[in-house]
Design a binder for this molecule. Structure first.
Ligand SMILES: Cc1cc2nc3c(=O)[nH]c(=O)nc-3n(C[C@H](O)[C@H](O)[C@H](O)COP(=O)(O)OP(=O)(O)OC[C@H]3O[C@@H](n4cnc5c(N)ncnc54)[C@H](O)[C@@H]3O)c2cc1C
Length: 480
């Protein structure tokens, strides 16, 4: 059967752009389709934090690190819930990706690599990002991507959403059907199709179905609506990772809408700021020692609380004297927001009145605070908290509602180590490959966040597919 294209790439984002760049370098004839009006996908929003072991940068700075050490860290942090084969494949090839990014002008921050802060830290310095976060990566991907288009090897069609995969009688994928914004239906055939269409966080219904929780946060790329996963499943693929849903600890939302944008971010890392406040759940009960040192423990504990939320409760002396609770939102802002009755911020002269405003059970909150205050006086906290700055005694009293949510998709398409999408019985669907968040974060990091293990694998698997798919291409001439 004659083919229009050697490779069709669905999605011109984090994984899709390197796939196209490397396939073009090897003279493949590449079609890239993206539903959005511009390239870049989630790199427009991502923090762009990447982890890789054995990079040129690490060697220059005398940091000893290997892919074996990296995968052992991932298995330790994830408590063996990451997929050793797929995460291992990403880790084994990550340094080459980072070295390539630097060769095309990516500049990590001067004091990088670091061990990481946002999630459970790595054991060595292997974590980097640029000054402009995800956009720093996009900025260096664009020139070679545009060159590949200019050379005629890559054809890019924006505003074009892939709606179906075409398959022959044996189930092999032979191309795609797509719809442009003008409403025109198009179909293209290819030897290989790469699903690089990202995750499903912008699809509230799908997010809820797959995670069991609403998508509380409105911080995803709007075109990541789960098409990649759905296309792969319809073609016979299988999904994995459902058991690995995890959120960050908590942020304060702008409104009670679902989803809502973030208003301010709580500094809940005791190494950055020791908590003076207490955290209570919807039952008005403390559920964790607030100075719990492990971010992984904090992230898992919040999963067990109703609606993944907690209230930060404190008194007016803490408001005045404690180090700032939010990075860009000071005590005066908290006071003003609470006095104006803005969403998530509550203030009242008594604990009972505070409970009523915040929607918490008054008796339980009163008892919780009494018990906490007794612990502060005796030096023995009921939950083992070590940081004992003061009791909650001086009205007016404050509560701030904090919501946990995730910006990435846990569930994804199952692939083998050739990045072929596989069926439930493990057999590959000929002609169909996957990279990026469409594979689900569970594969890369199991049920814990491992820093940089979405962006780096997306770039890496895209690069590897661009390099590897060529031998299957009918018209390509390898430029060895
Ligand atoms: C706020 C935020 C911060 C993050 N920070 C980090 C971090 O620091 N480190 C980390 O490792 N991860 C981070 N992540 C996650 C990481 O950025 C993403 O997992 C990764 O960028 C996804 O890459 P991708 O190639 O799979 O998808 P994307 O980069 O999103 O690309 C997918 C592309 O596919 C297109 N598309 C979708 N459906 C179709 C269709 N049917 N037809 C055609 N095109 C389609 C989209 O328009 C998009 O351009 C963060 C995510 C967010 C939202």
């Amino acid at each position: 059967m004659s083919q229009d294209w050697d490779v069709i790439i669905i999605g011109a984002g984090t994984a899709g752009m390197p796939a196209a760049i490397f396939a073009a370098e090897r003279n493949a004839k590449v079609l890239v389709l993206d539903a959005a009006p511009e390239v870049g996908g989630t790199l427009h929003l991502s923090s762009g934090q990447m982890s890789a072991a054995g990079t040129r940068l690490q060697k220059e700075k005398g940091i000893e690190d290997t892919p074996e050490m990296h995968i052992e860290d991932i298995m330790r942090i994830s408590k063996n819930t990451a997929d050793r084969d797929i995460a291992g494949l990403a880790v084994d090839n990550a340094a080459e990706t980072l070295d390539w990014l630097e060769a095309i002008n990516f500049k990590p921050l001067p004091d990088h690599p670091v061990k990481g802060q946002a999630h459970e830290p790595y054991s060595v310095l292997r974590y980097v990002w640029g000054a402009d976060l995800g956009k720093s990566i996009l900025a260096v991907l664009k020139p070679p991507f545009e060159e590949a288009i200019a050379s005629g090897k890559v054809t890019l069609k924006l505003n074009t959403r892939v709606t179906a995969l075409t398959q022959d009688d044996n189930g092999s994928v032979t191309g795609v059907a797509a719809q442009s914004d003008s409403g025109a239906s198009e179909s293209y055939s290819a030897t290989s199709v790469v699903i690089a269409a990202g995750g499903y966080v912008a699809n509230g219904a799908m997010y809820k179905e797959l995670s069991g929780h609403p998508a509380y946060g409105d911080h995803s790329y709007p075109y990541c609506t789960g098409d990649g996963l759905n296309l792969g499943l319809t073609a016979g693929g299988t999904a994995w990772g459902h058991e690995n849903y995890l959120t960050s600890f908590g942020v304060v939302m702008q409104s009670y809408d679902v989803p809502a944008k973030v208003r301010c971010r709580q500094i809940h890392w005791p190494e950055r700021r020791m908590p003076w406040e207490i955290y209570v759940n919807a039952h008005g009960e403390r559920f964790i020692r607030e100075d719990e040192p492990s971010v992984d423990v904090r992230e898992h504990t919040i999963q067990e609380q109703p609606e993944l939320r907690h209230w930060i409760v404190f008194d007016s002396t803490t408001l005045k004297e404690a180090p700032q609770l939010f990075a860009d939102f000071g005590p005066d802002d908290i006071k003003a927001a609470a006095e104006k009755g803005e969403p998530m911020f509550y203030v009242a002269d008594t604990i009972a009145a505070l409970a009523e405003k915040a929607g918490l059970p008054a008796d339980a909150l009163t008892e919780t605070i009494n018990t906490f205050n007794t612990g502060q006086a005796s030096g023995q906290d009921a939950l083992g908290r070590q940081n004992m700055p003061r009791p909650i005694t001086d009205g007016p009293f404050y509560a701030i509602r904090s919501q946990a949510f995730s910006v990435s998709s846990t569930v994804g398409l199952k692939v083998n180590t050739d990045l072929q999408v596989i069926r439930e019985d493990g057999t590959p669907i000929a002609g169909l490959y996957g990279a990026g968040e469409a594979l689900g974060q569970g594969a890369m990091m199991g049920s814990s966040f491992c820093g940089g293990m979405l962006v780096t694998p997306a770039l890496t698997f895209g690069r590897m597919l661009g390099q590897r798919l060529l031998p299957l291409g009918a018209t390509a001439q390898a430029a060895e």
